[in-house]
Design a protein around this ligand. Structure first.
Ligand code: SAM
Ligand code: DTB
Ligand code: SF4
Length: 336
């Protein structure tokens, strides 16, 4: 079948003058989304470090000497406590990440229990657990998991320079299983791994050319972590990064684009340009999986400056009226 996005067409788009790209991306953005609304998720690492994979960017790989404190699978109480905090913060999706190559079948019933409890709070759920089988994907979907995050990270050609313990093909196969299960796909990548512009464009083409592209596309700016092989990578040019966001919006018009890791190093102007280029989702809360995120206080300041509203903040408020364990005053303050 003819691909929607060829390299030639994508390169032509990338070469457009900066303001033309921004205008095109913003016009498309306004066609499908409310430009004053932002989808807000929080992230929790439910199993940290000691990962057998060798992803060169990742502090959680057991192969690199980082200062990371490892943590086995968290207990249910701790996870649900973090989910409640998420609800109070006004985020509408709770994302959980595990430093696994793949989950074991015996872990699934426990994860299903957790998903069901979080769904009862009126939150959307997302998990990123590595490669999953069709059976596992179906089980997660049955228990109510809305999204599964599984990044392709970069282009097919560059992938083996970054990870040797798995293949690009295996990532794509997992994406197919997620799709088949009925869950929504969250899949994106990282800018700043040392890839060339062509790799960035091919990475976007891979996502845009899927028979049904991911509903959510996280674009991460590499967080350079001491002890990982990429700790001294060159800084990404800000305009190149913004252009990649605008291309994502143009090539995958109806998906949410998450300005994901790396916001801590971006000033407000840069983040505003990314939103202008079509990004409409962020991780909110002081921590990503293991590294710092921009603080909630700064996020709220930025939202105020830009007149951005968190998506769905009030939709599920009745949940709290029924749940006495939550400090209602705090909740109402969060709503203001
Ligand atoms: N282990 C699972 C996997 O790799 O699929 C799930 C967790 S993994 C940490 C989730 C994603 O975080 C990776 O696919 C990668 O895109 C992103 N990530 C990890 N380290 C990062 C870093 N230093 N900077 C930016 N993104 C990073
Ligand atoms: C994604 O694309 N980015 C998130 C989430 N999916 C799981 C993870 C970012 C991790 C940044 C480094 C860290 O905090 O460990
Ligand atoms: Fe493990 Fe995921 Fe980190 Fe790779 S990105 S080392 S699979 S936790």
């Amino acid at each position: 079948m003819k691909k929607l996005w060829t390299l030639e067409k994508t390169q032509k788009l990338f070469r457009k003058p900066f303001f033309d790209l921004m205008y095109q991306a913003q016009t498309i953005h306004r066609k499908y989304f409310n430009p004053h609304e932002i989808q807000v998720s929080t992230l929790l690492s439910i199993k940290t470090g000691a990962c057998p994979e060798d992803c060169k960017y990742c502090p959680q790989s057991a192969r690199y000497k980082t200062k990371l404190k490892t943590q086995p699978l968290l207990n249910k109480k701790e996870i649900l406590k973090a989910a409640k905090k998420t609800k109070i913060s006004g985020a509408n999706r709770f994302c959980m990440g595990a430093a696994w190559k793949n989950p074991k079948d015996k872990d699934i019933p426990y994860l299903q229990e957790i998903i069901k409890e979080i769904k009862k709070m009126g939150l959307e759920t997302c998990m990123t657990l590595g490669e999953i089988t069709q059976k596992q994907a179906n089980q997660l979907h049955e228990s109510g998991l809305d999204f599964y995050n599984h990044n392709i990270d970069t282009s097919k050609n560059f992938y083996s320079k970054i990870i040797s313990t798995r293949t690009y093909e295996s990532r794509l196969k997992t994406l197919k299983r997620i799709r088949k299960s009925g869950m929504k796909i969250c899949s994106g990548g990282i800018i700043g791994l040392g890839e060339k512009t062509k790799d960035r464009l091919e990475f976007l083409m891979e996502l845009a050319n899927l028979s049904k592209p991911p509903e959510s596309i996280p674009i991460n700016l590499l967080v350079k972590i001491p002890g990982t092989p990429l700790e001294k990578n060159k800084k990404v040019n800000e305009f190149d990064f913004i252009k990649i966001i605008s291309l994502t919006r143009i090539m995958v018009p109806k998906s949410y684009i998450r300005l994901s890791a790396g916001r801590e190093k971006m000033n407000f102007q840069m983040q505003a340009m990314c939103f202008m280029a079509g990004a409409n989702s962020i991780f909110y809360g002081c921590k990503l999986l293991t590294t710092k995120n921009q603080s909630e206080k700064k996020d709220n300041k930025l939202f105020k400056i830009l007149n951005l509203k968190k998506q769905n903040l009030k939709k599920n408020k009745n949940f709290f009226l029924k749940d006495n364990s939550i400090n209602k005053k705090f909740f109402y303050n969060a709503l203001k």
